[in-house]
Structure formats: C-alpha cells, structure tokens
Design a protein around this ligand. Structure first.
Ligand SMILES: [Zn+2]
Length: 332
C-alpha cells in the first residue's frame, strides 16, 4: 500500500477500534525445520513454542467455535482476541505443532486440503521445488505449454533455475488442478525424476488426521480437495472442489465441517486473476459453511465479512519480532 492509502487504512481502523476492540486471525502452514523453504511456510518448533507462550501470556486465544459464536451473534470479541489457524494439512501439524499446542494448552483451527492426504505425494508448489531446486541434473532449457500458452525458460545455471521456479509458481497458482497436474507430469519427465514425494513434505495420514481431530485443542476445517485458486474456476467447479473436501473430512471424522479457508486467499486484483470471488462466497454459503478465512492483512470486527475474513501470515519470526508485530497488528 502507498502512504496515503496506509494513512486512510489506519484512520479507519482507529475509528473502528474505538467502537469495538479488534481481533486478529493468525495464519501458519508448517511447524518444522527444513533444509530450504523458498515459500517461507515453516516456523521452527522453537519459535512456534515461544510464539504460543507469548500469545498465552498477553492475548486471549480463542477456540474456533468461540470465535464463530461472537461473529455470528454480532457480539464484540473479547479484548486482544486471537485465533490461530493453519492451512493445508502437513504431517508436521500433527507431529510437531500439536505437541507444542498441547503443552501450552493453546487451541488452533486446521484447514485441510484432502487430495494428497494419506499419500506420499507433495502439494504441487513443494513438488515443483523438489523437481527444480533439490539438485536434479536439469536440461539447459525448459519448453513447456501451460493452458495452451508456450513458455521457454533458461535453466542452464542455478540462479536461472531459481528464477524459473518462481516464474512457474506464479503461472501455475492461477491454473486449474488438471492443468497443474499436466504441467507436473511434463516436468517429471523433463527432469527425469519420479512422482513420489519427500517424507519431509507429506500431508497427514488418515490416522494422524483422526488423532488431531480427537485433541481438545484442535478444530478441523476444509481447504478444497486439490487446492486451486477457486476464483479462477466456474461456480460449479468451485462448489465441487470445496464440497469434496467437506464431504471427505466429514466422512473421515464423523463431524460436520463449519470452517473453510480459500487456497492462497489474497484479495489483490491481478488483472483478471482472482484467488476467490463472489461465486466462491456463494458456494460456501450453499454448502452450509459458517466461517471462511481469506489471506489479506487486516483486523476482524463483528461487522467483518464472515465469508472472507482477513488473516495475518506468520513467518519464522524470533520472539522479539513476533511480539512487536503482534502489537502492530492490534494497532495497525
Ligand atoms: Zn493452502
């Protein structure tokens, strides 16, 4: 944002926060330590532990259903309310985050993408990293057709490969799941590697997911079946992608799903590209979902749109940085 829009945004929040104290929804993806993390999705277990300790000491961490209760009834959230959320359903959520949450008695809401649960396959953005950035000997150029458009990339040096990786990320995130699958199949044969993923990047097994759902500190929500930018899909496909993850989770866990988050979830307009749109909100309502999170910077008040709530992405911040950022999130 520019300086003027920043100032207008702050002034708007200042007025809003006089009327009602703000709440903040935090977004995590992974709690683990990785050899490399080009999407910066992992928070180290030590930082996560310190972050939760700080939240417990200085904030009011709510359960997902408490958070929903206030929003649905239009009742002001308690002062300094925080909701902790996780996207995607990585195995480390069960193996590394849950023990820390349990030790600190801190609840969180986990949004699960279902298509790769209980498999050794990686999410496509990780798979792309595996193919391109983990030392495979690659051809010097990549010619690939995606969605009917021909692309040519230089992959002769490691910095060219890194640039190509980020360029492909930017293209594929707005493609349909079928187009992404086709592109990945092509890349496997181009790089001469297989489709099996790394154990460090797998999603939860069904047993791990059930163990998560049994914890008093865990709420489960859905996050589509194959993780597309739903805003790029026609309404019926949006309904299908969101509905399929809801159905699978409800049948696995034998409990109704009320929560959903949009994959990627930013609301910036990138030409004709959208992570979600009015049809996405309509599909969530049609499916009976009660609370839906997006992924843009902002505070929550009871008048916020319950079908596109802002969330603040947490990076692998040491505790001092986390503390000062939390203060800022609440002031804005
Ligand atoms: Zn996601």
């Amino acid at each position: 944002m520019g300086k003027l829009s920043d100032a207008i945004f702050s002034a708007g929040n200042f007025v809003a926060n006089k009327i009602q104290p703000p709440a903040v929804i935090l977004l995590y993806h992974r709690v683990t330590s990785l050899a490399q993390d080009p999407q910066e999705l992992a928070v180290s277990p030590a930082n996560f532990d310190a972050q939760l300790q700080h939240l417990q000491a200085d904030y009011n961490v709510l359960h997902a259903d408490q958070f929903l209760y206030y929003l649905k009834r239009g009742k002001p959230l308690p002062k300094r309310s925080v909701l902790v959320t996780f996207d995607d359903g990585y195995a480390d959520n069960c193996l590394e985050a849950l023990p820390i949450m349990t030790a600190q008695a801190t609840p969180a809401l986990f949004y699960i993408t279902t298509s790769k649960l209980n498999t050794n396959k990686e999410q496509w953005w990780d798979d792309l990293e595996r193919v391109m950035l983990t030392g495979n000997t690659l051809p010097a150029t990549l010619e690939i057709t995606i969605n009917g458009a021909a692309h040519q990339f230089n992959t002769a040096t490691s910095s060219a490969i890194t640039d190509t990786y980020y360029a492909l990320q930017a293209i594929l995130r707005f493609c349909s799941p079928d187009v992404i699958d086709q592109a990945m199949q092509y890349l496997y044969s181009w790089a001469g590697c297989g489709a099996d993923g790394r154990p460090t990047h797998r999603m939860m097994t069904f047993d791990e997911l059930r163990a998560m759902a049994d914890s008093p500190y865990v709420h489960i929500g859905c996050h589509t079946h194959r993780h597309p930018a739903v805003g790029m899909l026609p309404y019926t496909q949006q309904l299908q992608e969101i509905g399929q993850s809801k159905e699978i989770l409800e049948s696995l866990l034998q409990e109704p799903m009320q929560h959903f988050s949009y994959p990627f979830g930013g609301r910036k307009f990138l030409g004709s590209k959208r992570y979600y749109n009015a049809d996405s909100i309509k599909a969530c309502k049609e499916l009976g979902l009660q609370m839906v999170c997006a992924n843009y910077y902002g505070q929550v008040h009871t008048w916020s749109n319950r079908f596109a709530l802002p969330r603040i992405l947490v990076r692998d911040w040491p505790i001092a940085e986390f503390k000062s950022r939390m203060e800022r999130f609440f002031k804005l």
